[in-house]
Design a protein around this ligand. Structure first.
Ligand SMILES: [Fe+2]
Ligand SMILES: [Fe+2]
Length: 214
């Protein structure tokens, strides 16, 4: 575990603390205002509010996983500057969590009960990539953000047309994910092997389908 100033046990406690806070909805975010703040809640049809709530639960679960991924990477990264960058990215993902959580509350929807599973999977994936060095570590970010960006594109098309609040959140998230991917390219991302990319795609499908209902 990488914080050189911390013992292994201290670093482990820090990581468990991050995870428990996220799963308890105590988000360690950058604190940017929600892009939905100025949008009107024009979604009135009850069936459509339920449908939008389910979609935002999927997006919230994706952000749980993204945040875990960055903390997993940060925990196993030896370069202090890169670790700081990854922790900042984790806090930006936590902004996304805050925005999605607020929208879930407005839609009377709940987060996925499978979030502990997604957090564990994301953290493990991040730590393993970081242990393989900066190229694969940044390659993981590029691949994840590419998959998230494509997923957000689908959701932006499928959301109820008059759900302007969810739409505003997803549009800002998509812009942030593109920036995260570009930053990782600049930092020397190397492409991940095809089987890894396929496994990540399968995990992402499992997460998006599972979180839709549970
Ligand atoms: Fe995100
Ligand atoms: Fe991101």
């Amino acid at each position: 575990m990488a914080h050189p100033e911390l013992s292994f046990l201290d670093a482990l406690i820090v990581q468990v603390d991050h995870g428990l806070r996220t799963l308890s909805r105590i988000y360690e975010a950058e604190g940017r205002p929600s892009p939905a703040a100025d949008a009107q809640d024009t979604l009135v049809e009850p069936v459509e509010r339920v449908r939008a709530g389910r979609m935002m639960r999927v997006n919230h679960a994706g952000e749980v996983m993204a945040q875990a991924l960055y903390y997993g990477q940060a925990s196993a990264t030896r370069d202090p500057e890169l670790r700081e960058h990854l922790e900042k990215a984790a806090r930006e993902e936590a902004d996304h969590l805050v925005w999605c959580q607020a929208r879930l509350d407005e839609l009377h929807a709940t987060p996925s009960r499978l979030n502990p599973l997604w957090y564990t999977a994301g953290w493990t994936m991040g730590a393993l990539a970081a242990l393989r060095g900066q190229g694969p570590n940044m390659g993981l970010v590029v691949e994840v953000e590419k998959q998230v960006e494509a997923h957000l594109d689908e959701h932006l098309q499928d959301l109820p047309a008059d759900d302007m609040k969810s739409r505003a959140i997803l549009e800002q998230m998509q812009a942030d994910e593109i920036a995260h991917g570009e930053q990782a390219q600049i930092r020397g991302a190397t492409p991940l092997p095809l089987p890894v990319r396929l496994a990540m795609g399968a995990l992402s499908k499992l997460m998006t389908r599972g979180s839709l209902w549970v």
